[in-house]
Design a protein. Structure first.
Length: 322
C-alpha cells in the first residue's frame, strides 16, 4: 500500500472568506488530506499557513527542509506540497534544484478558495496524491499537478491569474484520463545541489526589467544597496538599452553577479545583438540564463551564492544547473 505525505503551506487552497479582510489561509494540511484515496494512505503536517505572496527565502528554505525530511522517510512513497499559486513556480524550482530522491514531490494548489461555490482544491489534491504515489513517475523530480495536468517544475510559470489551469511551460509529464494517470514524458534533470543554508535567507537577488527608454539607474541602485546578484530581464533574446552593458561591467567588478534573462514568456536567451545588446551584456560579464525565466534564474543564483559560490565560479556553476 503506497503512502504519501502532504505538507501544507497555505495559499488559496487553504483559504476562506473573512469579511472585509478578504480570503485568508486558515485550513490545515489535515483538512486538505481528509479525502479517501482507496488503497493509498495519506498523512499530513503543516509547514506554514499563509498566502504565497508573503513568502520569504527563509520560508522557502523551511519548505525545502520539510520536503527533504519527508522524502527521506522509508515509509513514504511520495510527497505533496499544497501551496499558493502566486509564487508556486519559484518554490517548485528551488525544490527541484535540491531534489536528489527517486521519489516525486508534487506541488498543487487552487484557484478558488475552500469555501467557494465550486472549490477546485479537493480535485487538485487528489490528482497530486496519485501523481506522487505513481511508480511510473519515479525519477521525475519535482512536479506541478493542476487541473488534470502534471508538468515539470523547471520551466513552469503561472500564465493566467484566474483560469482553472493557470500554469504553462515546463515538460508535460502526465495527464489525467478519467481517474487514470497517463504518463507521457520524462523531464530532463540536473544533479542535485545541497539544501539552502541559513545564509540563503538573507541573500539578495534583484530582478530589473528592460523596457523602452529604460535607464540603468535602478540596476545601479540594486548593486549599490547591497544586492548579491541582479537578474536582468532583457527584451527579446536578452537585450537592454544604452548604458546597461556598462552597468553590468561595473556590477561584476564590484563582486555582484549578473544573470541575463528575458522578459519574454517563452524561449531561450541567445546573445546575438551588439550595440549594447546581448552580445555586449555577456562580454561585460552577464551570464545567460538559457531557458530559465527571471524568477527561476533568481532562485538558482540565490542558492549558488548562499552556498558560497565565488564570483569566479559563478558563471560555470550557474550554467551547469540552469
Amino acid at each position: 500500500m503506497a503512502h504519501v505525505h502532504l505538507l501544507g503551506t497555505g495559499g488559496t487552497i487553504a483559504s476562506r472568506g473573512h469579511g472585509d479582510r478578504g480570503s485568508v489561509a486558515t485550513d490545515t494540511a489535515a483538512e486538505l488530506a481528509r479525502a479517501r484515496y482507496g488503497e493509498l494512505t495519506v498523512s499530513s503536517r503543516d509547514v506554514l499557513t499563509t498566502g504565497s505572496y508573503r513568502l520569504s527565502l527563509a520560508d522557502l528554505r523551511l519548505i525545502a527542509e520539510a520536503v527533504q525530511e519527508a522524502l527521506a522517510d522509508p515509509g513514504t512513497d511520495g510527497v505533496v506540497v499544497t501551496h499558493g499559486t502566486d509564487t508556486l513556480e519559484e518554490t517548485a524550482f528551488l525544490l527541484e534544484l535540491v531534489h536528489g530522491s527517486a521519489k516525486s514531490a508534487v506541488l498543487t494548489g487552487a484557484q478558488q478558495p475552500a469555501d467557494s461555490a465550486a472549490p477546485d482544491g479537493p480535485r487538485n489534491v487528489e490528482e497530486a496524491v496519485l501523481a506522487a504515489a505513481s511508480p511510473s513517475l519515479r525519477d521525475s523530480g519535482v512536479l506541478i499537478s493542476f487541473d488534470g495536468t502534471v508538468r515539470s517544475a523547471r520551466g513552469a510559470r503561472k500564465a493566467h491569474t484566474t483560469a482553472s489551469s493557470p500554469f504553462c511551460g515546463g515538460t508535460e509529464v502526465a495527464h489525467m484520463a478519467g481517474h487514470e494517470l497517463v504518463v507521457t514524458a520524462r523531464p530532463v534533470r540536473r544533479p542535485a545541489l545541497p539544501l539552502p543554508p541559513a545564509a540563503f535567507d538573507a541573500t539578495r537577488v534583484e530582478i530589473i526589467t528592460a523596457h523602452t527608454g529604460a535607464t540603468p539607474d535602478l540596476f545601479d541602485f540594486a548593486v549599490h544597496s547591497g544586492a548579491h546578484a541582479v537578474v536582468l530581464a532583457g527584451s527579446g533574446v536578452g537585450n537592454a538599452g544604452p548604458g546597461f552593458a556598462e552597468a553590468v561591467e561595473r556590477a561584476v567588478a564590484a563582486g555582484c553577479a549578473v544573470v541575463l534573462s528575458t522578459r519574454a514568456p517563452w524561449g531561450p536567451v541567445l546573445p546575438v545583438y551588439g550595440n549594447g545588446g546581448g552580445t555586449d551584456l555577456v562580454a561585460a560579464g552577464a551570464v545567460p540564463s538559457g531557458d530559465l525565466n527571471p524568477l527561476q534564474a533568481r532562485l538558482l543564483a540565490a542558492l549558488l551564492i548562499s552556498l558560497g559560490t565565488s564570483g569566479a565560479e559563478f558563471p560555470e556553476a550557474f550554467t551547469a544547473h540552469r
